[in-house]
Design a protein around this ligand. Structure first.
Ligand SMILES: [Zn+2]
Length: 137
């Protein structure tokens, strides 16, 4: 169920503009909306479409206290930077499953078997059976 819209003739718009431009006291858009029978957002929309001047934001911003200045002594900075500089280079992770490295054609261009290699081996299961001899006895 919607509330019936108030009649918005020239007088209604003039009243809205007067309330918007009133400075003492300057009514918030929500208060103007209550007086005019519309929502705050409708007030703002009507004001924007009527090209009425904008008003300063009613939100009062308090000045934030400045953050304390950072003063890092050279020795402190060195204690931070040197361990980082001396740290081991990043570990390069290998793919979990490398493609089989069994050469199928000795190039150029060389071609290798592209099946997934067996765990811990450079070749796939099929080429491992060729490359590695099984011990007997
Ligand atoms: Zn293979």
């Amino acid at each position: 169920m919607t509330t019936p819209k108030p009649e918005r003739d020239a007088a209604w718009h003039a009243k809205l503009a007067a309330l918007w431009l009133q400075t003492e006291p300057q009514l918030p858009a929500s208060q103007i909306g209550k007086l005019m029978g519309i929502t705050k957002n409708a007030v703002v929309g009507c004001v924007a479409r009527s090209n009425l001047p904008r008003r300063p934001s009613p939100i009062v911003r308090k000045n934030k206290p400045h953050a304390p200045e950072l003063s890092i002594r050279k020795a402190t900075l060195r204690a931070i930077v040197e361990p980082v500089a001396a740290a081991k280079p990043a570990v390069v992770f290998r793919r979990q499953v490398e493609p089989c490295a069994w050469p199928e054609r000795m190039g150029p261009p060389a071609r290798y078997c592209s099946a997934d290699s067996a765990p811990g081996k450079p070749y796939c299961a099929h080429h491992c059976s060729i490359a590695y001899l099984k011990r007997t006895g």
